[in-house]
Design a protein around this ligand. Structure first.
Ligand code: SF4
Ligand code: FE2
Length: 627
């Protein structure tokens, strides 16, 4: 067993870019060159364009905007708007899933696959279940969930899942999130010209808007997806471009919302479609994925992961992609023109993500079956248009075991002989390992790729370093895909761990890097942290656990960072948010927040140093606990 190295990833990319050059394709690698160096005003957050007296940018000579706003107000407002963008995006995804649940029917496109979870949610939302049809319950739970977005009074229901201490902090600091849409609206209101310019107020709302995502919209996305598509369980899969099969029709799903990808997988697997593919000269159909929609179907169906965010163009560059089908978020508009250089069909499906040079097939819950069938057929019929001389699929893939929902982790722990044999569904075996020092702690590694960091290298190098130091990883999003591509989700990766973590992997029968799902599934990590805190009696901020996003890039990532920090988990970033232009805002984010929520951010570009800092922080937490 051998890990795939980043150098090998890069060599494969180089080879694909040669094909790109032949057909005159553009690439992110080229565009980065055109865009560097980046605008310093933008990067430091000191440019304001929220009214038409501006735009204003702050320099030594011009310390205030025309309205008189200083640099701290401008940077703080920009930071809050960035957060609001992310919170809105995750939460709207959650809302779409709630609507899909509302459409679920025994004879419909979407069914209830995890009725147990539905009943648990019904209890949380106060929905009557006694003697009722499961679909009636589903519809009422969906409605209750949808009300969380706009309810005029009260707070997010899911915040009650947090330990008492965390809830007290949220109330004390006035950051317990109210209606989700209200927090986003309030953020836009506060940052309108002539409203808030006090950094404390702006950053406080950034935390609250973030928390409305993590303990609101994202959590809704995760929970309702589990009800509809099943709660993930351990499943084997594969990762990297080598999962595409040259002889087959290749359909790549990309984006975030599993409603579409689930349907595509369903139809691509039908005898009717496979026979049709054979009649067109292919041997079969391979569905693989990019980004989080890929994580969703990998976790539930074992559908292979072709790659992560910065590999989306590579999928088309193989020349063997019949269709790249996208829903929402993280989709490069570049895929339109790029697909025109090949035979690839670029199929957009959501009114929320419409792009030029694509075929738009509007997807919705009512017509999902027909839409999916139409898309799969389109891909099959496109197989004959391949240009064989352009086909090259890098022979590179690794095995991975994925599907570690909180429920699955719990089950794995139940299987371990321990001192708590009488109790099931407890995190105590894990806590015991931490107390004994067999496990030093955990890192929740999440987020994207960013050309500002050598792609995937930060994720993979950090993971290798941490597991060698007996620190277990829970991961999601593109970080998870980086791990899977490298081979870190193969159970044999235990040999790269320190003796303690290796022992835990053997005992519990897990890989050292646990795939917890997509970006909205970082809500699973919040639930896990809450459960560990409750079972151990520690506060969340005391657990030897930190968050990390070494290659983050999107607004969603900032929203996530804010709710992870807002939940009491120190968070380590490899890329600066656009906030260093204000000492006050920067100081709050990188230290001041600790007084409010017992956690803050650390940003470090030197990835090795970032790893050392996380290990140091975990050891500090252990010392403070006296373990
Ligand atoms: Fe300039 Fe103030 Fe308008 Fe911003 S709000 S563009 S700082 S005048
Ligand atoms: Fe994602």
């Amino acid at each position: 067993f051998k890990l795939t190295t980043v150098e090998e990833f890069e060599a494969a990319t180089e080879r694909l870019l040669e094909t790109g050059a032949k057909v005159g394709a553009d690439s992110w690698q080229l565009r980065v060159k055109n865009q560097t160096p980046h605008c310093k005003f933008g990067e430091s957050g000191v440019c304001c364009r929220i009214c038409s007296m501006g735009p204003c940018r702050i320099t030594k000579k011009a310390p205030r905007g025309i309205c008189g706003c200083d640099v701290h107000g401008i940077v703080g407002r920009n930071y809050l708007r960035f957060t609001a963008g992310g919170s809105a995006t995750h939460s709207d995804h959650g809302r779409e899933i709630a609507h899909t649940l509302h459409e679920a029917a025994a004879d419909g496109n979407y069914k209830v696959k995890d009725p147990e979870k539905l009943l648990r949610l019904a209890a949380e939302f106060g929905v009557e279940t006694e003697g009722r049809d499961i679909y009636d319950v589903a519809h009422e739970v969906a409605e209750a969930g949808l009300m969380e977005y706009g309810k005029p009074f009260g707070y997010q229901v899911f915040t009650k899942r947090a330990p008492e201490h965390t809830q007290e902090i949220w109330d004390r600091e006035e950051i317990r999130p109210r209606a989700i849409d209200r927090e986003v609206s309030c953020a836009l209101h506060m940052t309108h010209m002539g409203c808030s310019s006090k950094p404390e107020a702006l950053i406080r709302q950034s935390l609250r808007a973030g928390l409305s995502d993590g303990w609101g919209g994202s959590m809704m996305g995760t929970e309702f997806s589990d009800v509809l598509f099943g709660t993930p369980r351990e499943v084997e899969t594969e990762a990297n471009l080598g999962v595409m099969v040259a002889e087959n029709v290749n359909i790549v799903v990309h984006g975030h919302d599993p409603s579409l990808s689930e349907m595509i997988c369903e139809y691509a697997d039908s005898k009717e479609m496979i026979d049709y593919a054979k009649s067109m000269g292919a041997q079969g159909i391979t569905v693989s994925g990019v980004c989080c929609t890929s994580n969703e179907v990998a976790m539930r169906r074992g559908i292979p992961m072709a790659g992560n965010f910065l590999q989306q163009e590579n999928v088309v560059l193989t020349g063997a992609c019949e269709a790249i089908v996208v829903d929402v978020q993280c989709i490069f508009p570049a895929l339109g023109p790029l697909s025109k250089c090949f035979h690839t069909k670029f199929i957009t499906t959501s009114p929320v993500a419409q792009m030029p040079d694509s075929d738009f097939i509007r997807f919705n819950a009512k017509t999902a079956g027909e839409n999916a069938k139409q898309i799969v057929k389109m891909a099959i019929e496109n197989f004959k248009n391949r240009k064989p001389e352009l086909v090259h699929i890098p022979d590179m893939k690794q095995k991975a075991v994925v599907g570690y929902s909180v429920e699955q982790i719990e089950k794995k722990l139940d299987g371990v002989t321990n001192t708590h044999v009488d109790e099931t569904g407890t995190m105590m075996p894990l806590v015991d390992c931490v107390k004994a020092g067999v496990l030093r702690g955990a890192v929740a590694m999440v987020g994207c790729n960013n050309p500002k960091v050598r792609p995937d290298a930060a994720h993979i190098e950090l993971m290798k370093k941490l597991i060698a130091n007996d620190i277990i990883l829970v991961v999601s999003g593109c970080s998870a895909q980086a791990a899977a591509k490298a081979g870190l989700m193969d159970k044999r990766a235990k040999d790269l761990c320190g003796a303690g973590l290796k022992r835990v992997c053997e005992l519990v029968d897990i890989p050292p890097v646990l795939h917890m799902g997509s970006c909205v599934d970082i809500s699973r990590m919040m639930v896990l942290a809450a459960r560990i805190a409750k079972d151990s009696g520690w506060n969340i901020s005391q657990i030897p656990l930190v968050g990390c996003a070494p290659e983050w890039m999107s607004e969603k990532a900032v929203s996530i960072g804010n709710y992870v920090v807002g939940t009491g988990i120190d968070t380590y970033l490899g890329v600066e948010p656009y906030a260093y232009g204000s000492e006050e805002v920067d100081g709050l984010l990188k230290g001041g927040l600790t007084d409010w929520v017992e956690a803050c951010y650390t940003v470090e570009h030197d990835i090795d140093k970032l790893g050392d800092m996380m290990i140091e922080r975990i050891e500090e937490k252990r010392t403070a606990l006296g373990i």
